[in-house]
Design a protein around this ligand. Structure first.
Ligand SMILES: Nc1ncnc2c1ncn2[C@@H]1O[C@H](COP(=O)(O)OP(=O)(O)OP(=O)(O)O)[C@@H](O)[C@H]1O
Ligand SMILES: [Mg+2]
Length: 314
């Protein structure tokens, strides 16, 4: 658990309430918590205070109850994985050398480093035989980003801080990386603090989302479904935008929806029961008569139309 207790950060010579003003928040272990909010609202500053790349002006940040000020800053930093948008891979070091950065600093022996690097490259889907000896310039943007993630995981930290890690990547590769992160999280179960200004990314990845406004003011801190269903403040509504309800459909699984019984022959247009109401909406729009059969393998589980979607989304 990471706890922010009345944390503020004022930069010297800057007036106003400060980059971060009186932030209190608890980040449970093993969850992905996403900080989302407009540019300049204090997301990066809040994140960097966790590993003391930035020191708070006042307040306390603790990890599992221990004040981070009691820790040696270098040791603290190495014990926490950190991934940033610009990635910051060392350009003249190979992929393997980049991933080995922190184990090196921690004086692991060569055998142990090699084993760990190979394991991590397999984990992120870059087979060491092809990739270990390449330089960052010989990778695609998405591959570089994955190496950044592998590097952050090298010493198996409990906590990962990720600051817009997929910001500069095209939408398709980005979706793949998001899916990979979720898959990886199933395996490694880290406490991940993830910063983005993309609400769709926040909703997709977050177990909880902290929606921040200027000064890292917490407008709402809730699981994505709740945020989309019940925005707590006008600032949340504004940030979620017009497509709030459509976004919410992606979080409702067809298995949990009350379907209409099949009456006569089932509609020709189908959607798989493993999908969401958003998939169903897509199918309804494609269907000539606006009805869609929800199929579970060979079986038709029921029928969805606009009314079913509307009722289920409320
Ligand atoms: N070194 C600094 N000196 C003075 N002000 C700073 C410094 N770093 C950040 N700030 C200010 O603090 C505020 C918060 O910055 P921060 O980088 O945390 O925002 P952010 O939410 O991460 O924004 P973005 O989405 O654009 O990355 C901004 O107003 C910024 O101008
Ligand atoms: Mg930032």
């Amino acid at each position: 658990m990471i706890t922010f207790d009345h944390v503020s950060k004022h930069y010297a010579g800057h007036d106003g309430p400060g980059a971060v003003h009186d932030l209190s928040l608890e980040i449970p272990s093993g969850e992905i918590v996403v900080f989302v909010g407009p540019s300049g609202c204090g997301k990066t500053t809040s994140l960097k205070m966790i590993n003391r790349l930035i020191e708070p002006t006042s307040g306390t940040i603790s990890i599992d109850g221990e004040d981070t000020r009691k820790r040696d800053p270098n040791e603290l930093r190495r014990s926490i994985g950190y991934v940033i948008q610009a990635i910051g891979l060392f350009p003249h070091r190979t992929v393997a050398e980049n991933v080995a950065t922190v184990p090196h600093l921690d004086h692991w022996d060569k055998q142990r480093i090699d084993t760990r690097v190979n394991e991590l490259l397999e984990l992120i889907g870059l087979p060491p035989r092809d990739y270990a000896k390449r330089l960052p310039a010989e990778l695609s943007g998405g591959e570089r980003q994955r190496v950044g993630v592998a590097r952050a995981l090298a010493v198996d930290p409990n906590i990962m801080l990720m600051d817009e890690p997929f910001g500069a990547i095209d939408p398709i590769a980005r979706e793949r990386l998001q899916n990979e992160l979720l898959r990886l999280q199933q395996v490694v179960r880290k406490t991940i603090v993830f910063v983005t200004h993309d609400i769709d990314e926040a909703v997709k990845l977050g177990d909880r989302v902290a929606l921040l406004s200027a000064g890292a003011k917490v407008e709402q801190y809730a699981p994505p479904a709740e945020l989309l269903a019940r925005p707590a403040t006008p600032a949340v509504t504004a940030f979620l935008g017009e497509a709030r309800l459509v976004r919410r459909l992606a979080l409702i699984h067809l298995r949990d929806v009350r379907l209409q019984p099949v009456n006569g022959s089932a509609p020709k247009t189908t959607v798989a029961i493993g999908g969401t109401l958003r998939d169903a909406l897509d199918a309804v729009l494609r269907s000539p008569d606006g009805t869609v059969a929800v199929v579970d393998g060979d079986r038709v589980a029921g029928v969805v139309d606009g009314t079913v979607i509307r009722l289920a989304s409320q």
